[in-house]
Write a new protein. Structure first.
Length: 289
């Protein structure tokens, strides 16, 4: 029986898919499919089904590897599940954290990550979460600042792993060391760093990484597309209107900048942010006169 086509095949259909996610319950978001949609909006003409097939093959390898251990009468433990994921993702398929070219924009596009087998912590973390959940295993991303990590659970056992470091198990000492390398030597672990993040928040981390790299590269037109993608799947993220306002202004598209900033001013609940945006809006209107 032929496989059914995915919910989108083109960048325009991917945007429509992301907009549907904007009103979907978080639990109903297919994390890997959404990450593919976020990648496809920048890549017209690409055959997206190749990447769906790759993800299916990854899961088939996970299922076969896991079952082979069970056939040998090995116990179904959390350690075994983690070991299977590590082997399939990193050893069999060669995925790695891109330490040499961390800021390469391709590391934040899920499609390019699959092509290159290189990525950021969050893009590699999405692969872990996708495969684990498809296998019926508990796996979630954590609210750790500046570096995406995931936690797997089974019964009373928990393991935190770093997808960027080939699934290295992270104990408190390693997490503290990681935190200090990101925030500074005086940083200390906080209990909220272990809070789970939603599917939508994971996608936000992925797309914000992409948007930042586009802005850093002064590709403001593409950065607007990233902001619009965020607006599509996470319409409550009112700060995307500020991003678009600033980016349109940089491109000299003042009427679009004004429209975006007016929307931001209407939506922001913070008086200080509203006042700052009003000043920027007035400046752009003055320049447009």
């Amino acid at each position: 029986m032929p496989e059914q086509p995915g919910p989108f095949q083109t960048p325009e259909e991917a945007f429509q898919y992301l907009r549907r996610l904007g009103s979907a319950a978080d639990k109903d978001i297919d994390l890997a499919e959404a990450a593919l949609a976020l990648g496809l909006v920048f890549l017209p003409g690409l055959n997206i089904d190749r990447y769906r097939q790759h993800l299916r093959r990854l899961f088939e390898q996970v299922a076969e590897d896991f079952q082979s251990h069970l056939r040998k009468k090995e116990a179904d433990t959390l350690a075994l599940r983690v070991r299977v994921l590590r082997r399939v993702i990193h050893e069999t398929n060669g995925y790695q954290g891109d330490e040499k070219n961390y800021d390469d924009i391709q590391n934040a596009n899920f499609i390019r990550v699959i092509e290159r087998r290189r990525g950021l912590p969050v893009s590699l973390g999405i692969i872990y979460i996708f495969l684990a959940r498809k296998a019926g295993w508990a796996c979630e991303g954590l609210n750790f600042p500046g570096h995406f990590i995931v936690r797997m659970e089974k019964d009373s056992a928990r393991i935190i792993i770093d997808p960027f470091k080939e699934g290295q198990e992270m104990n408190a000492a390693l997490l503290r060391q990681l935190l200090k390398s990101i925030i500074g030597k005086n940083a200390e672990l906080s209990h909220n760093f272990y809070d789970p993040v939603s599917n939508r928040e994971i996608l936000l981390r992925l797309e914000n990484n992409l948007k930042k790299r586009l802005i850093d590269g002064e590709d403001y037109a593409q950065a607007i597309i990233a902001a619009e993608a965020i607006e599509a799947f996470s319409p409550q993220e009112y700060r995307t209107y500020l991003d678009k306002g600033v980016l349109y202004a940089k491109l000299g598209q003042n009427s679009q900048a004004i429209t975006a900033l007016e929307a931001y001013i209407e939506k922001t609940p913070h008086a200080k942010e509203k006042q700052q945006a009003l000043r920027l809006l007035q400046q752009i209107k003055t320049e447009s006169d």
